[in-house]
Design a protein around this ligand. Structure first.
Ligand SMILES: Cc1ncc(C[n+]2csc(CCOP(=O)(O)OP(=O)(O)O)c2C)c(N)n1
Length: 669
């Protein structure tokens, strides 16, 4: 259903029964971001600030939407939505300090402008990639819904941002799950310099609501009373009857995308048309005409704001430049993990497969944490592609065991949103290969949030990976190196059922985002005696699976088993076999102790050769342990091709067949 509100060429205001006080309050709210911005433009010309994204002409949307929300409802604004921040009463000096990269801002100088969130004010700021926050809003809304809180979540995008896949995925998920998300498109005519007819083909973006089965409305975004009234009405109805609603606000960007870029590409007639529809000037005229506001009062309000701004600016400008150190910066990359290691109480062990260990860890974690939700494709009735969650639906119900549409990006974003409202999420990638479709939110949103503004992403992404099952280039990759390079992520890669169970439970306890690799070839082939109850293992500790003093062999995942098999076939070799278990954080101490003892190192990974984690380990051994080495560090990895399908080709690809020769070569050096 699409409703089209008043879109005439003049702004006509209707009181909707509001008192004079309410109308004046809305005027003050609308005026404030304008006055701040005019000051910022002045400071920019004076060289006192460096960059500015103008929202002049669009203020009625941010202000009207935020005014219609309850104070504990989340809002996810964009770079032009200063009005969201003023409406939520964020202190001006903190905002200014944020823009100037100072300590009283919200990111300790680590991110700029509006790229931050604050739980205190229930504002979750954007990342530069525009689209991901749409799915994050879905996650917050889902968290509200699961807690049975009658709250909505509002999220903004420009019309340019609607071309991103994130927009489609987020609307679709919100529709399928009936999430109370208010999707607000600010259609301001241009995405940087690209006009709407080069961005999309439909007449109105609101028309897209129909395709998702979502109610949508077109709103004159320059009319504060239209915005406020429509959003108030829709929001109340969404609280009672949770569902997404799509709003397309028609408006215009009166200045450049950012100040330096200018607006040469905008035809003059468009500017003058929208100048006549200026949201502040028109509303002021209406209030003056109706004798609700006097010119004297208007002057008073303006000077009150000017004084407040000057005081706050003084505070910011007198604040010292930010100081830090390597240690302080590194210390904020991860949230502190306060979870204690839990030891097993079980008196008996049971021999189980690797896959059973994964299922048990998930099952016991679901019992332990009632705020834990598992999401993934086909994981509910079907039990997942590998049957890891078979039976979970009957035990934990559809709300906590969630089949998802095929949209890895949105689901990772949903997991992030749930973490923002105090849930834990486990996301199952059907195959680790498909994580590429959810790559952006993992490496840019989840990984960086704690460092940027102190928000941890309590999310585990399960990654069934690896070769040996003849599944070809898109179902066999071991893609841990895509993530080990990104600060902020933890990467775990166990090789044994005991480790898999304890480390998956530990990953779920850990508030940081964890990529948890599960080698498919181990799922049903390897068995081990494992305690049946709940226990956790320390993340970041390698295990020495076999000891010896002649050579250190370092590996993780399936190759650990290949190495152990080879050692069974060569007599008399005394090798330390280190199973890393955790790639980030990396246990270099265990490596160091072993190399001190053996002086020889063989590194074995299933990853293709260039840029593996083994390259870093090799470099570090060379740098730090050179004096202990009796031979060059030897690396073994798969060849630099995509992983092929046919068994014979897979054998050529993998390093398995080269292990014995490499071992003897290093020993003989
Ligand atoms: C994924 C991505 N691609 C490109 C950009 C560069 N970029 C920043 S803002 C912008 C235009 C956005 O247009 P729109 O969504 O309409 O918002 P507006 O700036 O008009 O308010 C572009 C292309 C980006 N930030 N992220």
């Amino acid at each position: 259903m699409i409703s089209t509100r008043n879109l005439s060429d003049v702004l006509e205001f209707e009181r909707y029964g509001h008192s004079d006080e309410v109308l004046i309050k809305l005027y003050r709210d609308l005026l404030k971001p304008r006055v701040i911005e005019e000051k910022m433009l002045l400071l920019l010309r004076q060289g006192k600030i460096t960059k500015w994204f103008s929202g002049i002409g669009q203020e009625a949307i941010a202000v009207g939407v935020t005014a219609a929300l309850q104070s504990d409802e989340y809002i996810l604004p964009m770079h032009r939505n200063l009005g969201v921040f003023t409406q939520k009463n964020v202190p001006l000096h903190r905002l200014f300090s944020q823009w100037q990269g100072k300590a009283n801002g919200f990111t300790k100088g680590r991110d700029r402008s509006f790229h931050f969130g604050t739980q205190e004010y229930k504002i979750i700021g954007m990342i530069s990639h525009l689209g991901p926050q749409l799915g994050v809003a879905d996650g917050i809304a889902l968290a509200h819904k699961l807690k049975k809180e009658k709250k909505i979540t509002a999220v903004f995008t420009g019309e340019g941002g609607t071309s991103e896949g994130d927009f489609h995925e987020a609307l679709n998920v919100a529709a399928v799950w009936d999430l109370p998300v208010l999707f607000c498109i600010e259609n301001n005519g241009y995405g940087l310099s690209t006009p709407t007819n080069e961005q999309y083909r439909c007449e109105h973006l609101a028309d897209r609501g129909k395709g998702y089965g979502i109610e949508s409305h077109i709103v004159q975004g320059n009319n504060i009373l239209e915005v406020y009234n429509l959003v108030s009405r829709v929001a109340q109805s969404m609280r009672e009857n949770p569902r997404p609603v799509l709003l397309e606000f028609k408006t215009f960007r009166m200045r450049g995308h950012e100040e330096a870029s200018g607006i040469k590409y905008v035809p003059e007639h468009l500017l003058s048309h929208w100048q006549n529809l200026d949201p502040v000037a028109n509303y002021r005229s209406f209030l003056l005409r109706e004798n609700i506001l006097t010119a004297e009062n208007d002057t008073l309000i303006n000077s009150e704001f000017a004084e407040e701004i000057d005081t706050a600016l003084c505070k910011t400008f007198s604040e010292a430049e930010i100081e830090s150190s390597e240690a302080l910066e590194l210390n904020d990359v991860y949230a502190q993990n306060t979870a204690k290691i839990i030891h097993s109480n079980a008196s008996s062990l049971q021999e189980i497969r690797f896959i059973d260990a994964i299922s048990q860890a998930l099952d016991l974690s679901m019992r332990k944490f009632d705020n834990l939700v598992i999401m993934g494709q086909d994981i509910a009735e079907y039990g997942g592609a590998f049957k890891v969650t078979e039976g979970f639906l009957a035990t934990y119900g559809k709300e906590r065991v969630r089949n998802t549409p095929i949209c890895e990006s949105a689901i990772v974003e949903v997991a992030m949103g749930m973490a923002i409202h105090n849930f834990k999420a486990v996301v199952e990638m059907q195959f680790a290969d498909f994580v590429s479709s959810g790559f952006n939110p993992i490496v840019n949103y989840l990984a960086k949030s704690h460092y940027r503004w102190g928000q941890s992403a309590d999310v585990v992404i399960r990654m069934p990976c690896g070769a040996g099952v003849g599944a070809g280039p898109f179902h066999s990759q071991t893609n841990e190196a895509w993530f080990t390079h990104t600060p902020g992520l933890k990467v775990i890669y166990p090789a044994f059922p005991y480790d898999a169970k304890g480390l998956l439970a530990a990953a779920i306890e850990d508030p940081n985002p964890v990529l948890f690799f599960e080698h498919k070839a181990l799922y049903r082939t390897y068995r081990q005696e494992v305690p049946q109850d709940y226990y956790t293992l320390e993340i970041g500790k390698a295990s020495v699976t076999r000891t010896g003093d002649q050579i250190t062999i370092i590996s993780y995942g399936a190759p650990v088993h290949w190495v152990l098999e080879v050692l069974e076939t060569v007599e008399g070799v005394r090798a330390d076999v280190i199973d890393l278990r955790s790639l980030v954080p990396l246990d270099f101490e265990t490596i160091k102790a072993s190399v001190h003892k053996t002086g020889k190192v063989l590194l074995v990974t299933e990853d293709s050769s260039f840029g593996t984690i083994m390259a870093d380990i090799s470099a570090r051994i060379s740098e730090e342990l050179f004096n202990y080495l009796d031979a060059p560090v030897k690396r073994l990895s798969s060849i630099d091709t995509p992983i092929p399908f046919a068994n014979a080709l897979e054998e050529i690809y993998l390093p398995k067949r080269k292990i014995k020769e490499a071992l003897l070569e290093v020993l003989a050096y």
